[in-house]
Design a protein around this ligand. Structure first.
Ligand SMILES: NC(=O)c1ccc[n+]([C@@H]2O[C@H](COP(=O)([O-])OP(=O)(O)OC[C@H]3O[C@@H](n4cnc5c(N)ncnc54)[C@H](O)[C@@H]3O)[C@@H](O)[C@H]2O)c1
Length: 264
């Protein structure tokens, strides 16, 4: 099936590592014009070379901290000036450190809220300013099954992701009249396959600090599909939701997590 993404102008935040990287490569294979907004411009440059090899029409990198609205506005200006429009925004940046709530500090809460929630507000605000006059667009935010299940050691993170789910539903309702669709993808544990797939600022740069090999095995065994999630699993769902093929889908929250969460 042709996803009709060829020549589309797509912004992927956090596109340098793991899930974001594979999202970029997914759009590349469809022939999109891609702008990667990431704090790690060095790793993003590597991904941009791979994306061109996979068939992207063109790729550019804008070093951006999504928590800073001025930097986010520069990212959107750069994409709009290069490609004349913004068709798709993927809010992919996210960050967490696994800790019980009682071990965390207000400084930690603030960082999680800024990166996972305020970053989405900043990018969505900048995107809508361009998409509303164009009367079209698709926004996909990467949330987490932690927002749906309640996950020990992810209390504040899960709360910010639940905020993202709710925010996106409201944005979908407010902007459907302009032809703008907004959806959410919730990964479960999604692990890079090689060390080359992540840069130094990725949560997975020291994978062993997140989970031990035994914990990975336990997680996989507990899932209905009996396997860990990989970044390409998420990329397929994102490309579908961004595509005109999904033209009547908006305000939805889709878990891509091997069956970890099944919401009726
Ligand atoms: N990997 C998982 O198991 C998993 C599970 C559920 C949800 N998620 C969500 O999926 C998304 C991607 O996760 P991942 O595992 O690929 O993350 P990752 O840590 O591997 O990569 C995140 C990317 O975002 C960039 N980044 C971090 N802070 C930034 C900022 N302030 N501004 C701009 N760029 C920034 C990093 O440089 C990196 O390239 C996140 O929203 C995460 O919460 C991941």
């Amino acid at each position: 099936m042709d996803l009709q993404l060829k020549g589309k102008s797509v912004i992927v935040t956090g596109g340098a590592s793991n899930i974001g990287r594979e999202i970029v490569l997914g759009f590349a294979a469809e022939g999109a014009n891609i702008t990667i907004g990431d704090i790690d411009s060095q790793q993003a440059d590597e991904v941009s070379k791979e994306a061109l090899e996979r068939g992207a029409s063109s790729v550019q990198v804008a070093k951006t901290d999504v928590t800073d609205l001025a930097q986010v506005e520069r990212l959107f200006t750069k994409a709009a000036e290069s490609y004349g429009k913004i068709d798709v925004l993927v809010n992919n940046v996210g960050w967490d450190k696994l800790m019980y709530f009682t071990e965390t500090t207000p400084e930690f809460w603030q960082r999680i809220i800024q990166v996972n929630y305020v970053g989405v507000l900043n990018c969505t605000h900048a995107a809508l300013k361009l998409m509303i006059p164009a009367r079209q667009g698709a926004i996909i935010s990467i949330s987490s099954d932690a927002s749906r299940q309640g996950e020990p050691r992810e209390a504040v993170y899960g709360g910010t992701k639940a905020a993202v789910n709710s925010f996106m539903k409201t944005i979908a309702k407010e902007n459907g009249r302009y032809g703008i669709r907004c959806n959410v993808v919730c990964p479960g544990v999604t692990v890079p396959e090689t060390a080359q797939e992540v840069g130094g600022s990725s949560m997975w740069a020291q994978t062993g600090e997140m989970f031990t090999t035994e914990q990975f095995e336990k997680i996989a065994k507990a899932l209905p599909l009996r396997k860990l999630g990989r970044p390409r699993d998420i990329a397929g769902a994102v490309a579908f939701l961004a595509s005109p093929v999904a033209g009547h889908i908006t305000g939805q929250v889709l878990s891509v997590s091997g069956g970890y969460s099944m919401i009726g």
